[in-house]
Ligand binder design. Sequence first.
Ligand code: GRF
Length: 194
Amino acid sequence: MIKLDGHKKIKTAVFISGNGTNLKSLIKFSLKKKSPIKIDIIFSDNSSAKGLGYAKKFKIKSRILNYKNPKKAENLILKNLKRNSVDLICLAGFMKILSKKFIKDFRKKIINIHPSLLPKYKGLNTHKRVIEKREKFTGCTVHFVNHKLDSGKIILQKKIKISKNDTPKTLAKKVLKHEHIMYPQAIKKIFTNP
Ligand code: GRF
């Protein structure tokens, strides 16, 4: 746990690719007086990501990334983050994999939310796979990002029961609800504001 001085908030960047419902929950959390974070910027690799609407709504600056050249995209992000003294990256449904070099060069904390009970079901289509394997439980996990996919140290995890008639779609919805609660909790676990 990292203790923060007085009212100083951690400058945070959120990376998205799609709906951005986790982004929305992080923005709402960040606006609370006691929240340890302040969202400085939102990056999306997808110009039509629905989540970009939240940037507009809450007047947070956003940047669209051109990932045709990932190296160039990462260099631009890094420059921006350093210039703005961003200390935390929250990946929230970001569909690109950050390079080993980026993670090393950023040097600050990068965290991610994944819709499974890691280390089980890393990667994509988790809900479909857990149902196919007839699992009784699934869940969601917030973890630190390292150079291996969905493999960094776990910060927080929530176990969720799968019903007999759950489909990948109903399960995704169920898990997402918990994600929205758990992501802020995980951030509170890392940073504490006295
Ligand atoms: C979430 O299920 C998250 O765990 C996964 O991608 C989904 C993103 O949803 N990494 P949203 O864009 O936050 O609505």
